[in-house]
Design a protein. Structure first.
Length: 478
């Protein structure tokens, strides 16, 4: 119960719920007691059962021998949390925790919109370009990122299943949110992963570790038994089949084996060879890939039925009956005649057709050019008439507002100023002679000018026929 201070290095804070503080002497005595009894190191043997982690021991100044002996007693797998990025650190991967904290570059990281993993700003653009067009493994990358950064170790299947459950519950999906959500459950995974028994070894396996065959009964084997099955049959020189029934394994199912790519190709080539040997010399209807460099073959249910075949080795597509490139909506008997006609067209008719088509296109271009010229002239004429009409309408409105009619001859006259005495055809005091009857009258007694009725302009219509491009028909080809 003596007074201690963490600032001068004479005391150690234990990250339990009560945040107990011990002096180095008492803490070392307590650890020596755990070494003597061989019990799990805890905060206090009587008052606090918080189990010390590897990180907690690394903060206590101990000699190497004592530290290694205590590590053998530690059972808790809790990982220390980085105060900058807030992820937990796996000390098996990063031995120096303090060095990680000093060099942590995820403190101001931004979550990628595609894989949901945090990335530094300097690498974000390159990272987005890489994953934008690769949606297949986005969640797998997120799982791989989270795997060493959880508070307690979990398997990749558990993390993947937890992410799927978070999606169903419409919760936030990013690396830090998943890590924080898992930390709330401490070392106990909150869900029971779906599993079933292997049909061969009868062991309970996760669904992700079970392969379902394409046989009628959909037999299910764990990947370990699947691999052992293939190796055993290959060793016994037998064709590869389902471990429960006689279903022959297609190449696409052999490619699902969880072995190295070289071993997977070895299994596929072995199955190809055994299939070829099985059907060689057989009277049964066997379809073989027409590619001379490919040995793929299989036995169809109905050898007389025509259907599209895709080779599972070289991806060549061909007809099951004639071995030619697959012909949709065409019988095999028609294919030869269609091919002959096509060669005749390519070698003879194509040139004549293209020449005739070129002449027709040239004639059509000339007619189209003349049509466009006449259309342009027609538009210009209508525009001029429209401007003339607008000028006449404006003149009529002006005369209606400013002019009157001579009471003797009906001529349109305008009063330019002065008294109301007027002479038709000239000024009252002489001069400015114009056409008129020359009779005198009073402006006030003259009738106002009434404008002509406003008629809408009528455009000049021309019968311009739209030129047609005649269809060029090639002969001699039915």
């Amino acid at each position: 119960s003596s007074t201690v201070s963490q600032t001068n290095g004479t005391a150690i804070l234990i990250p339990c719920q009560s945040h107990h503080v011990y002096c180095l002497r008492c803490l070392r005595n307590s650890l020596d007691g755990f070494l003597e009894s061989g019990s799990i190191p805890v905060c206090h043997s009587m008052f606090c059962d918080y189990q010390l982690s590897r990180y907690d021991l690394s903060l206590i100044p101990l000699d190497e021998h004592t530290f290694r002996r205590l590590l053998a007693l530690v059972q808790t797998q809790q990982r220390p949390q980085c105060p900058r990025c807030h992820f937990y650190i796996d000390l098996d991967i990063i031995a120096d925790f303090n060095q990680h904290v000093n060099m942590c570059d995820l403190e101001n990281a931004v979550s990628c919109d595609y894989c949901r993993c945090p990335q530094s700003m300097s690498q974000l653009d390159e990272h987005v370009r890489q994953w934008r067009n690769d949606p297949m493994y986005r969640q797998e990358k997120l799982v791989d990122f989270i795997l060493p950064r959880t508070k307690y170790p979990f398997s990749s299947q558990q993390i993947d299943f937890f992410i799927e459950m978070e999606k169903k519950n419409h919760r936030r999906i990013d690396a830090l949110s998943i890590v924080e959500a898992l930390a709330e459950f401490e070392s106990v995974f909150p869900y029971e992963l779906p599993s079933r028994e292997c049909d061969t070894c009868i062991e309970l396996c996760l669904y992700d570790d079970i392969y379902v065959f394409g046989c009628p009964d959909s037999h299910k084997l764990c990947y370990k038994c699947y691999e052992i099955l293939c190796r055993t049959k290959m060793k016994n020189n037998e064709i590869l089949t389902c471990g429960i029934c006689s279903y022959q394994l297609p190449y696409i199912e052999l490619k699902q084996l969880r072995v190295s790519p070289a071993e997977r190709d070895q299994f596929v080539q072995y199955q190809v060879q055994k299939t070829f040997e099985r059907y060689t010399g057989s009277d049964r209807g066997v379809i073989k890939c027409p590619n001379q460099n490919c040995k793929w073959a299989f036995e169809p249910e109905n050898p007389m039925e025509r259907f599209r075949v895709e080779c599972q080795l070289c991806t060549n597509e061909f007809c099951s009956l004639c071995n030619q490139q697959y012909h949709y909506r065409t019988r095999c008997q028609q294919l030869l005649e269609i091919t002959r006609q096509w060669f005749f067209w390519c070698n003879t008719e194509r040139g004549r057709y293209l020449q005739t088509k070129a002449k027709a296109n040239a004639a059509y271009a000339a007619r189209l050019k003349e049509y466009e010229r006449q259309q342009k002239a027609h538009g210009a004429q209508n525009a001029a008439l429209r401007r003339r009409y607008q000028a006449l309408v404006a003149d009529e409105k002006y005369k209606e507002k400013n002019c009157r009619l001579c009471p003797h001859c009906g001529r349109v006259v305008q009063h330019m100023g002065g008294c109301s005495s007027m002479v038709c055809g000239r000024d009252y005091h002489g001069g400015n002679d114009q056409s008129g009857c020359g009779q005198s009258f009073s402006w006030d007694q003259a009738k106002p000018y009434v404008a002509a009725p406003d008629r809408k302009p009528e455009e000049v219509m021309r019968d311009l026929l739209n030129p047609e491009n005649k269809l060029v028909v090639h002969e001699n080809i039915k």
